[in-house]
Design a protein around this ligand. Structure first.
Ligand code: NAG
Ligand code: NAG
Ligand code: NAG
Ligand code: NAG
Ligand code: NAG
Ligand code: NAG
Ligand code: NAG
Ligand code: NAG
Ligand code: NAG
Length: 291
């Protein structure tokens, strides 16, 4: 009986709130901030009505648009935007920073140009950001490291980013997969990357990074994939790197590294499958521990 009364009250409340809502077509134009963000994103693309973006029209709810997924608990909130290889061209809208429930943003494998809007750093719930294989340029915004504290996967590889690797990126405590390969990044590898204790994959190859390899990278306890090849790194390989026992793939080829390889170098690398060290300035014998 009490339940029935509660239900009745609930229905009345619902009716009342319905009565206050705008009627007819005007209510469907009342876009949420998320819909506005998606529409603005679409408007900054070069061919917004082509291909998969044709479904991005107001005849259907934005949660059903290609690449868009909304939350079950918060039905009007976008939680993922997965548009890898959608043939998108144009710029990335700063309005995407308003998708405050977003957990995954994958725009990899498109033809996007311009810079990463610093507004994306407002996506505090973001766990995966994939902007790889586009034609993005400019510096990587420092804000990314300051704001995206839940990032697990950051892939900015194969673009034309320049400038230095922001030190703030070493302050993403959950980061596991970190790829900046194949850009035009310069300056030194920030030594504080050794603080990314969850890192499994670190790919910095194919840039113009200079200076020495920081010995702090040897502190990374779960690193399995480390690629630093095709840069302008000099000096010796720090001894600590031969101690990352979790390594499976390791490349430093095509740099200006020198010094000799310690005799016991391979004693602590039981899982090593691939190592690339060619085109450097190493000298001395090949250590017996490799066999
Ligand atoms: C949508 O409409 C409601 C009430 O009709 C209003 O409170 C809200 O601010 C509107 N949202 C936007 C994004 O305009
Ligand atoms: C709008 O999207 C629907 C699918 O959601 C599609 O069937 C329809 O052709 C689209 N309309 C236009 C004008 O592109
Ligand atoms: C990709 O988009 C361009 C225009 O931006 C268009 O000319 C081309 O046909 C599209 N390719 C595919 C496979 O949809
Ligand atoms: C969304 O983001 C843009 C740029 O970051 C901003 O100008 C705009 O006011 C924001 N709010 C809404 C509701 O679109
Ligand atoms: C990111 O995008 C690239 C290019 O399309 C793709 O190869 C890669 O698998 C994507 N995912 C991750 C997790 O990097
Ligand atoms: C790295 O972490 C250590 C603590 O483990 C801290 O003392 C140091 O300041 C951090 N380095 C940077 C550059 O953030
Ligand atoms: C590589 O580093 C050396 C100094 O170690 C510097 O003289 C040279 O200009 C650098 N080359 C590039 C392409 O950055
Ligand atoms: C490598 O690890 C061993 C044993 O864990 C330790 O004694 C040694 O100091 C380490 N070497 C470096 C250079 O970190
Ligand atoms: C390695 O190269 C640096 C300059 O990059 C030089 O100062 C050092 O003497 C070289 N060491 C060896 C062992 O060749």
């Amino acid at each position: 009986m009490q339940g029935a009364i509660a239900l009745l009250w609930f229905s009345l409340l619902c009716l009342c709130s319905h009565a206050w809502m705008p009627q007819g077509s005007s209510s469907s134009i009342n876009a949420t901030a998320d819909e506005l963000a998606l529409l603005n994103f679409k408007s900054m693309l070069s061919s917004p009505s082509d291909g998969l973006l044709a479904s991005w029209n107001t005849t259907s709810h934005f949660c059903s648009w290609a690449g868009v997924s909304c939350s079950r608990r918060h039905p009007e909130r976008v939680i993922s935007l997965l548009m890898n290889s959608f043939n998108l061209s144009g710029r990335i809208s700063p309005f995407l920073g308003n998708l405050s429930f977003l957990r995954e943003l994958d725009l990899g494998g498109n033809q996007l140009v311009g810079e990463i809007p610093a507004d994306l750093a407002r996506l505090i719930r973001l766990q995966a950001l994939n902007l790889s294989f586009n034609q993005l340029q400019g510096e990587i915004p420092t804000e990314i490291g300051l704001g995206l504290k839940n990032l697990i996967n950051l892939n900015l590889g194969s673009n034309s980013f320049s400038g230095e690797i922001p030190w703030s990126l070493a302050d993403l405590p959950l980061l596991k997969y970190f790829t900046l390969s194949n850009n035009r990044l310069s300056g030194e590898i920030p030594p504080n990357l050794g603080n990314l204790t969850n890192l499994k994959v670190l790919q910095l190859d194919l840039n113009t990074l200079s200076g020495t390899i920081p010995s702090s990278l040897g502190q990374l306890p779960s690193l399995s994939w480390l690629t630093l090849g095709a840069n302008n790194l000099s000096g010796p390989i720090p001894d600590s790197l031969w101690n990352i026992s979790t390594l499976t793939t390791y490349s430093v080829q095509q740099n200006m590294l020198n010094g000799s390889i310690p005799p016991d170098a391979f004693n602590n690398l039981p899982y090593l499958q691939s190592i690339y060290m060619d085109r450097n300035r190493f000298h001395g014998p090949i250590p017996r521990s490799i066999v």
